[in-house]
Design a protein around this ligand. Sequence first.
Ligand SMILES: [Zn+2]
Ligand SMILES: [Zn+2]
Length: 174
Amino acid sequence: MKFLSCFGEKQKTALDEDALLEGQKPGCVFCGVTREKGFDIIEEDEELIVFRDRWPRAAEHLLIIPRKHVISVVPELTARDIPMIERMEARGRALRPQPGVKTGFHIPPFSSIHHLHMHVLVPPWRPLGKVQYPVREGEDGGKKWTWFVKPQQVVSILENGGRVGLGAQAGKKP
Ligand SMILES: [Zn+2]
Ligand SMILES: [Zn+2]
């Protein structure tokens, strides 16, 4: 435990990760998602939190996040994160099992919030939905990603030792 005092204490900066609870990142909107902060949480446990997107792009639009700031954006994912990705996907599918539901992640620079989050979109789409969440069907070896990638695509890239990103490097070993 650290004691705060008016002298001798290092000035806290926005980048001082010790200043927050373990596993949180300073200034991150998705660190510490609570109902008190206005988030429409529909389910949560020790690891994951599920809540409604404030700007739904489909009839129903959920976000699933790890409670801790495990990573910021998908290019940081490694094979070690595969079980977590699979749990996020399984949670989404269990919550919204109906056909036509899309799940996936944004690829930078198209990620708005830099705290790993999976979108769950229940059709029909709203205006802008198809543009912002273009899901490319089929496994194409990572060559033709749009800025939205399905969990299964993420897992297959990571299983092959690659990193998730846009362009020619997508799916290739770093
Ligand atoms: Zn965060
Ligand atoms: Zn997103």
